[in-house]
Write a protein that binds this ligand. Structure first.
Ligand code: MOS
Length: 694
């Protein structure tokens, strides 16, 4: 399907607009932009976790034919703003974590740059470091706030009192490991500094946020920085905010002014300094009355951050509004270590937090002698417990019921280890999913009628592979009441009106609402038959309903796990996901996002774990040979569907963000199925075979 009737584009399963370009290899990713006479950058990473660089001896490297420059703190450009210590690289001899950038080699070819980098001699003054994450450290502290501005601690009612008088109680600790994002396209910058203007072809989730930060760091006018990101091969949060690799490329471009710099990280380098998911230790306490209704809930979290920059995930955020409970407490504590800076990764906070909560709910259902679906339904809240607001729409129960039907839950024998096929123990599990609707400000849209009769719809938003090119075209068509063939969408460039980051599953809400606003302004001013060249620009409209309603997407997940009795190998032949996400803009791309999210959930449950060696401070399994992600053979049948949900409050499209909900709750469905299969409750992810062998 390549076009639609006017006003009927939202909801149509359009093919990806850029699909033909992508499959023919002509869609330019950052590294593939044609620039003349480029140079190649290879970074120098620190080999110590704390201390200082004594000296950079580049003589052997500089003697190599083809080497143009060796950049270090001895000769790097001075930054105008050094407050962000992750980004303010090469400003002193200090080393704050292993893998930190301490320099770069620029050469005529990548191979020469890489070889020359190996010839740079760097003696250090090493100081003792501390990279050991444990929940019982005596220096844990309370951050001032969490990511996205959420409060650190919350308390409603007498949690301890309610817990001690509860008929049924659970007090367990769940842990999730350090994890790395690993988008297929590495972090990449092509930087050109010419006549005082800087152009960055960048692999990023937010072109305008890169421009804002880079112009501030270098102390140059925002108008003199252009960031282009037409196609991006995944981000998952690691490209949500610029990391030091972008600064390094811009510095090098400044040093060799006039010649473009190409810098793409290797897979191994991506484990050093582009962010990661903090490990978490989560103590969950639940108390219920004799009818299986929660009277006390507490969720206490310990995470790690870097000493040079604080990042605190909202791990217990979902717990604050997930179920009805009389008393509720959540806390977050941090250990600041000599490590690189954690950052956003695939539903930061909600993903690991929902794993712990939904595994605890499974355990608690068993203690209450209730079916886990029935236990969740009994604790369905009327209002959002945190804000006291009604939900704009909350169809978790419908998702659980629909999922139970599709998956074949009815008649399930809850006895663990009751079903066996040959040497395979077979079990099933369920979990709820939830993700908040974020409204990130800062977007603008320009609409212009073109000579060819089509409408240029312009916003500097980025498509990180999720289908934004297509979904925004559909939204624009309906907003202007024309067919999709009449829309000429332009995104991915700071020359276009500003756009908020493609993060927090917020893109379509922010950009789509703004497109609707601009379309209304355009029709008001220019009517149905505009002249070529007619233009309007509009900003993101306010949504007063955000003050009156609690807004979230919901889901239910089901998984079947088969565990081999002799080897502990876990197979997940099928998963079902049922989503309540308002109006689905494009069923085809949405389905891919749900499958992707659930695959990430499977991956979180069974595969992913970055192993940091505290003696040296680096991640040792820093490649796809040892950092496991599921391949096709690991993923069984993914049954994905969604319910009809009409939510008139969220935004003009009636849509909810769908990027991250797929990983919120799905890991617990797998873990709960493994318990049902084996009778072994593994509370520390990932569930590797060793943890199932007794
Ligand atoms: Mo996503 S982890 O909010 O970029």
């Amino acid at each position: 399907m390549s076009t639609t009737a006017p006003g009927r584009a939202i909801g149509a399963p359009l093919h990806r607009i850029e699909g033909p370009q992508k499959v023919t290899g002509t869609a330019p990713y950052a590294y593939e932009h044609n620039v003349e006479n480029p140079l190649y950058l290879y970074p120098l990473h620190s080999d110590i976790a704390r201390g200082s660089v004594k000296q950079i001896d580049a003589s052997a490297a500089e003697a190599l034919p083809g080497v143009i420059a060796v950049i270090s703190h001895q000769n790097a450009p001075t930054l105008a703003d050094t407050r962000d210590r992750e980004l303010a690289i090469l400003q002193s001899d200090e080393v704050a974590f292993r893998g930190q950038y301490i320099g770069a080699v620029v050469a005529e070819t990548f191979e020469v740059a890489r070889h020359a980098a190996s010839l740079v001699r760097i003696p250090y003054d090493e100081e003792p470091h501390d990279a050991t994450f444990t929940p019982d450290r005596d220096d844990l502290y309370t951050p001032s706030q969490l990511n996205a501005g959420f409060p650190t601690d919350t308390e409603e009612g007498d949690v301890d009192g309610a817990f001690s008088s509860a008929a049924v109680t659970l007090d367990e600790t769940y842990t999730t490991p350090l994890e790395h994002n690993n988008p297929m396209e590495p972090h990449t910058t092509v930087a050109v500094w010419e006549g005082g203007d800087l152009t960055l072809y960048e692999s990023t989730q937010g072109a305008h946020s890169v421009r804002r930060l880079i112009s501030r760091l270098f102390g140059i006018d925002r108008d003199r920085v252009r960031v282009v990101a037409l196609h991006v091969g995944g981000g998952f949060g690691s490209k949500g905010q610029p990391h030091a690799n972008t600064v390094l490329a811009a510095m090098a471009a400044h040093v060799v002014e006039g010649r473009p710099i190409k810098f793409a990280l290797t897979r191994q380098q991506m484990f050093a300094c582009v962010g990661y998911r903090t490990p978490t230790v989560q103590r969950v306490r639940l108390g219920a009355d004799e009818n299986g209704r929660l009277v006390a809930t507490s969720h206490d979290v310990v995470e790690q951050t870097s000493k040079i920059k604080e990042f605190a995930e909202q791990t217990a955020n979902a717990t604050r509004s997930m179920y009805a409970t009389e008393a509720l407490r959540t806390t977050h504590r941090l250990a600041a270590l000599d490590v690189s800076v954690p950052s956003w990764m695939r539903a930061p906070g909600e993903a690991p937090g929902m794993y712990a909560l939904e595994a605890a709910m499974d355990e608690m259902a068993i203690k209450c002698d209730l079916d886990p679906i029935e236990f969740r339904i009994r604790n369905e809240p009327e209002l959002d417990a945190e804000t006291g607001l009604p939900y704009s729409s909350r169809n978790l129960v419908a998702c659980l019921r629909e999922g139970a039907e599709r998956f074949g839950w009815e008649g399930r024998d809850p006895t663990p280890r009751a079903r066996q096929e040959g040497r395979w123990l077979v079990g099933t599990g369920v979990a709820s999913g939830m993700y908040p609707i974020f409204r990130i400000p800062g977007s603008k849209v320009r609409i212009r009628s073109q000579e060819d009769g089509r409408y240029a719809v312009e916003i500097g938003a980025v498509d990180i592979g999720t289908g934004t090119w297509t979904a925004l075209t559909q939204i624009a068509a309906d907003a202007l009441e024309v067919s999709v063939g009449e829309i000429d969408l332009r995104i991915g460039d700071t020359d276009l009106p500003s756009a908020s980051v493609a993060g927090g599953s917020s893109g379509i809400t922010a950009w789509g609402s703004t497109i609707f606003e601009a379309a209304r302004a355009f029709r008001d001013r220019h009517g149905q038959n505009p002249s070529a060249g007619d233009t309007v620009e509009a900003g993101m409209p306010d949504n007063p309903d955000t003050q009156n309603y609690s807004m979230h997407a919901f889901a239910a997940y089901f998984a079947e796990a088969r565990v081999h009795e002799d080897t502990g190998e876990v197979r997940v032949p099928r998963m079902t996901g049922v989503f309540a996400v308002g109006n689905v803009i494009n069923p085809k791309t949405a389905r891919s996002q749900f499958i992707g999210g659930m695959t990430m959930g499977l991956s979180m449950a069974l595969h992913e774990e970055s192993l940091l060696d505290p003696r040296f401070g680096h991640v040792v399994n820093h490649d796809f040979a040892e950092y496991h992600i599921p391949t096709n053979a690991d993923v069984g049948e993914m049954d994905v569907t969604w319910i009809d949900e009409d939510d008139p409050y969220v935004n003009p499209m009636g849509s909810k963000g769908i990027g991250e909900i797929g990983i919120c709750g799905s890991p617990a469905a797998v873990a709960n199925a493994v318990y049902h299969a084996t009778g072994i409750r593994v509370r520390d992810l990932p569930i590797t075979p060793d943890k199932l062998l007794r």
